[in-house]
Ligand binder design. Structure first.
Ligand SMILES: Nc1nc2c(ncn2[C@@H]2O[C@H](COP(=O)(O)OP(=O)(O)OP(=O)(O)O)[C@@H](O)[C@H]2O)c(=O)[nH]1
Ligand SMILES: [Mg+2]
Length: 335
C-alpha cells in the first residue's frame, strides 16, 4: 500500500493505541491524515472495518448564521442524553467565531474531563489532498474511534461546501431571517440539498417569512421530484426554528436529527447513502493515488521539465506532453 514505507512500527503502535481509546493517539492520527503524512493510508485502511457506527451530521450554511453556536448547543444536548459526540469544524473563516473558539466554548459548557466530547478544527490549507476527501477521512477516524455522533460544521453555501455536507448521513442547512436571497437561489436551482432546514436567529424579525419560503421551496421540490430522488417518500425535510444563543428549538432539532437517522436506517436509505459515499470516496482515493504516482513515483515532474522546451518551441503541445507523461508512467507500471 502506498505510504506504508519506513515508519511501519510507529503506525502499528498508533493503531494499537487508538484501539485502547487513547485520545492523544486520536489527535495524532487526525494530524497524520490531515497532512497526508507517510502511513496515513495504512491507518485508514486498518480502521476501515470499524467505520460505520457513528451517525454523521453535516451543519452547513452561510457565514455567521450561528452554526457554531448551534453545534455547541447540540453537543451539550447530546452529552445530556449520554451520547458521545465529536465535532469537526472545517475552515473556520471568521476570527471571532472560528473553530478553535468553538472548542473553547464547548469545553466551557461541558466538563473539560469529559472524554465523550472531541472537537477539532480543520483549516483548508491543511487538507493537502482536497478538503472533501480529507474531511471524510477525519470523520472515519472519529467514527472508528467510537464516537456515536460526528458533527461537521462547514461554512458557505457553494457547491463544494454543500458537497461536504452531502457526505453526512443527515445534512442540515442553517439559514437566518436575513437569508431570503439564499432561499431564492435555492428555489431557482431546485436543489435538494438538505435533510433538515434550520432558521436560526428566530428571535429576529422576518423568521416566519423565511420559514414560509423554505417550506414553499420544499413543496416545489416534492412536486418535481425525479424518480430515485435522494429522499425516501417517508421523509419530508422539516423546517425548524431555533435561537441558538438561548437554546430555543434545539430539542426539536436534535429530535428531528435522531428521527431522520431512524427513518434512514429503517428505509435502507442510510445504507444506500453510505454505499454512494463509498463510491465517491474510492474514486477520490483513485484520483489522489494517480496524482501521487504520476508526479512522484512515475517521475512526471522530471518528464515535464524535460518536455517543456519542446512545448515552448512549438514542437509539441501540452496535451501531447501530458499524454506522454502518463503513458511513460503506465509503461513503467506501479512500483
Ligand atoms: N440574535 C441571535 N444571535 C445569534 C444566534 N445564534 C448565534 N448568534 C450570534 O451570531 C454570531 C455568529 O455565531 P456563530 O455561531 O459563530 O456563527 P457561525 O455560523 O458558526 O459563523 P462562521 O463559522 O464564522 O460562519 C455570534 O455573535 C452569535 O452569538 C441567535 O439565535 N440569535
Ligand atoms: Mg462557526
Amino acid at each position: 500500500l502506498v505510504g506504508a514505507k519506513g515508519n511501519d512500527s510507529e503506525i502499528d503502535e498508533l493503531i494499537a493505541r487508538l484501539r485502547d481509546g487513547d485520545v492523544r493517539a486520536l489527535a495524532r492520527t487526525i494530524s497524520l491524515v490531515e497532512n497526508g503524512r507517510p502511513g496515513f493510508e495504512r491507518v485508514l485502511s486498518q480502521l476501515h472495518r470499524r467505520v460505520g457506527s457513528a451517525h454523521r451530521i453535516g451543519i452547513t450554511g452561510p457565514p455567521g448564521v450561528g452554526k457554531s453556536t448551534l453545534v455547541e448547543r447540540l453537543v451539550r444536548a447530546y452529552r445530556g442524553r449520554g451520547t458521545t459526540v465529536a465535532v469537526v469544524a472545517v475552515d473556520p473563516t471568521s476570527p471571532f467565531t472560528g473553530g478553535a473558539v468553538l472548542g473553547d466554548r464547548v469545553r466551557m459548557g461541558t466538563s473539560s474531563q469529559d472524554s465523550g466530547v472531541f472537537i477539532r478544527s480543520m483549516a483548508t490549507r491543511g487538507a493537502a489532498g482536497g478538503l472533501a476527501i480529507t474531511t471524510r477521512e477525519v470523520c472515519d477516524v472519529l467514527d472508528a474511534f467510537g464516537f456515536e455522533r460526528v458533527v461537521v460544521e462547514t461554512v458557505g453555501i457553494g457547491q463544494s461546501e454543500l458537497a461536504i455536507g452531502a457526505t453526512a448521513d443527515t445534512a442540515v442547512l442553517v439559514l437566518v431571517p436575513e437569508s431570503g436571497d439564499w432561499v431564492q437561489v435555492l428555489k431557482a436551482g431546485v436543489m435538494e440539498i438538505a435533510d433538515l432546514y434550520v432558521v436560526n436567529k428566530s428571535d429576529r424579525p422576518g423568521a416566519d417569512q423565511v420559514v414560509a419560503d423554505v417550506s414553499d421551496m420544499l413543496t416545489i421540490l416534492r412536486e418535481n421530484l425525479p424518480a430515485g430522488a435522494a429522499h425516501p417518500a417517508s421523509w419530508n425535510p422539516p423546517v425548524i426554528q431555533t435561537v441558538a444563543t438561548t437554546g430555543d428549538g434545539v430539542v426539536e432539532l436534535i429530535d428531528a436529527v435522531e428521527e431522520h437517522a431512524r427513518v434512514m436506517a429503517r428505509t435502507g436509505e442510510l445504507e444506500e447513502r453510505r454505499r454512494r459515499r463509498l463510491i465517491t470516496h474510492t474514486r477520490d482515493v483513485v484520483e489522489r493515488l494517480l496524482r501521487q504516482r504520476v508526479w512522484a513515483a512515475w517521475n512526471g515532474q522530471q518528464r515535464l521539465a524535460e518536455g517543456l522546451e519542446r512545448v515552448a518551441a512549438g514542437e509539441t503541445s501540452p496535451y501531447h506532453l501530458a499524454a506522454e507523461i502518463i503513458d511513460a508512467g503506465l509503461g513503467q507500471g506501479a512500483d
